[in-house]
Design a protein around this ligand. Structure first.
Ligand SMILES: Cc1cc2nc3c(=O)[nH]c(=O)nc-3n(C[C@H](O)[C@H](O)[C@H](O)COP(=O)(O)OP(=O)(O)OC[C@H]3O[C@@H](n4cnc5c(N)ncnc54)[C@H](O)[C@@H]3O)c2cc1C
Length: 427
């Protein structure tokens, strides 16, 4: 008798890496996505940074008041839209419940373990398979503007140093020496006053990575069905036996890695997955005509949720987090904010860029209410999760997929699975 395959719903970075890791363990696997190509959701034009240095969830202590105030500020970097409040009540309560200093610290540490493991395993795949995805070992610079931001960034870094996080605190002079392109920033009341440098962070294009890894997984025997929407999970007793795809029942166990679509797929089974969309934007510009110094490191401004990432012949600016359901409209005012941020920080470079031809994109981060992804079994037999990675989905992808494949294959995982288990975590 042939073994039923594992069916993976969703071909973003979580699904494609799961597909590869299962296929690499000789487990028959089918990857399904409603789109005609892989990585068309949140993995399409994300920030392109593998950043174990940023594992802290966004519900940092004290988030409640600014989040509520954001309802009345149309341009708040993290914005809650009034119309979403009723839908977000349970999720939001859990988001706030997990924002106490002790819970925030514990989740940050668990996320770091997974993010660090994942980044190393991404490196390993890159070298073993010879993947070309604009990967570069550039580190990142986390900027701060005042003493309070510096203290918070340092506290996070010191918390993670015993687990292996390497960092260096830079004052303005040291920052400009490491990143000379910043030395011409426009004077402003809230100018950058220093940074933390994280040498172990990396840059890489998630979409290119997915496209190439897919081919390797197919060579290992994995089957791909694109342009195929999973409409219903089929259950017999307490066991999932397959999934309906375009009216046809595909039999097998199921992994849900459907990003912000995961909640809808699971709801008919009575599973309330606390994952909500947080919209972010990116603008990608060609740097081919630039003269003068180029950006050497990705820059992260945690207060504004904005980052700049240098890619081989482009630069990507990304940011914002809007809680407004599944709306993916590109809002010009938000793009202008990204541009203004760039112009303040790097005026010489900004003046040379062709803003009219910038590629604008909006994507939905699948945010769990407590800031941790869901990886592993559910209470329903034959139903597995690999979703809810929020702002860390690319960083954590390969590690999450290996963890999941070990759990499915009955092998002892290389990192602790318990922090990412679904059981006991609900909104
Ligand atoms: C602006 C922005 C910047 C970011 N920057 C970074 C960064 O620098 N570093 C980092 O680590 N992370 C970053 N992230 C987060 C990261 O991109 C996401 O966490 C990650 O892409 C999520 O991957 P996923 O596979 O879970 O979801 P997705 O990539 O969204 O994939 C889900 C897939 O499921 C499919 N699907 C859904 N429902 C169904 C169905 N019923 N049937 C069939 N298919 C279905 C969808 O079509 C989609 O292809 C960023 C996100 C955004 C929005």
């Amino acid at each position: 008798m042939t073994q039923s395959p594992i069916i993976i719903i969703g071909a973003g970075v979580a699904g494609v890496t799961s597909f590869y890791e299962l296929a690499a363990r000789a487990i028959p696997t089918v990857l399904i996505d409603s789109q005609s190509q892989v990585a068309q959701g949140a993995s399409f034009a994300n920030g392109a940074v593998l950043h174990p240095s940023l594992p802290d969830p966004w519900n940092n202590p004290g988030i409640g008041a600014p989040l509520l105030a954001s309802i009345f500020n149309p341009l708040a970097p993290m914005k809650l839209h009034l119309g979403q409040v009723p839908k977000l009540l349970g999720w939001g309560a859990d988001f706030l419940r997990n924002s106490t200093p002790s819970r925030h610290r514990a989740i940050t540490q668990a996320n770091y373990t997974l993010a660090q493991y994942s980044t190393r395993q991404t490196d390993a795949l890159r070298h073993t398979l010879g993947l070309q995805f604009e990967a570069a070992e550039l580190g990142t610079l986390k900027l701060f503007h005042n003493q309070a931001e510096r203290a918070f960034a340092l506290e996070m870094a010191q918390l993670l140093a015993p687990q292996g996080l390497v960092y260096e605190a830079l004052d303005c002079d040291a920052l400009f020496a490491r990143e000379p392109s910043l030395a011409h920033a426009k004077p402003a009341a809230d100018a950058v006053t220093g940074a933390l440098y994280f040498p172990d962070d990396r840059v890489g294009n998630a979409r290119m990575f997915c496209e190439q890894l897919l081919v390797h997984a197919q060579k290992l025997g994995g089957e791909v069905r694109l342009g195929a929407k999973a409409t219903k999970l089929h259950r017999e007793g307490n066991r999932v036996v397959g999934v309906e795809v375009d009216g046809e029942l595909v039999r097998g166990q199921v992994v849900v890695s459907a990003g912000v679509g995961a909640r809808e797929i699971l709801a008919p089974l009575g599973i309330n997955l606390p994952v909500q969309p947080a919209k972010g934007y990116s603008l990608t510009l060609s740097t081919q005509s630039l003269t003068g110094p180029r950006l050497a490191h990705p820059l992260v401004d945690p207060r504004l949720h904005i980052s700049l990432t240098p890619l081989p012949d482009r630069i990507r600016i990304l940011g914002m987090a809007e809680f407004m359901g599944h709306d993916r409209t590109i809002e010009p005012r938000r793009l202008r904010l990204l541009q203004q941020f760039f112009e303040r920080l790097l005026p010489d470079m900004a003046a040379q860029l062709d803003w009219k031809n910038a590629e604008a994109w909006a994507g939905l981060r699948p945010m769990s209410s407590d800031g941790r992804p869901f990886i592993g079994a559910t209470s329903v037999e034959g139903l597995w999760l690999n979703c809810g990675h929020g702002h860390l989905g690319w960083t954590m992808a390969v590690g999450s997929a290996r963890l999941l494949a070990d759990l499915i294959g009955g092998t002892k995982p290389e990192i602790e699975a318990a922090p990412f288990a679904f059981s006991g975590r609900k909104a």
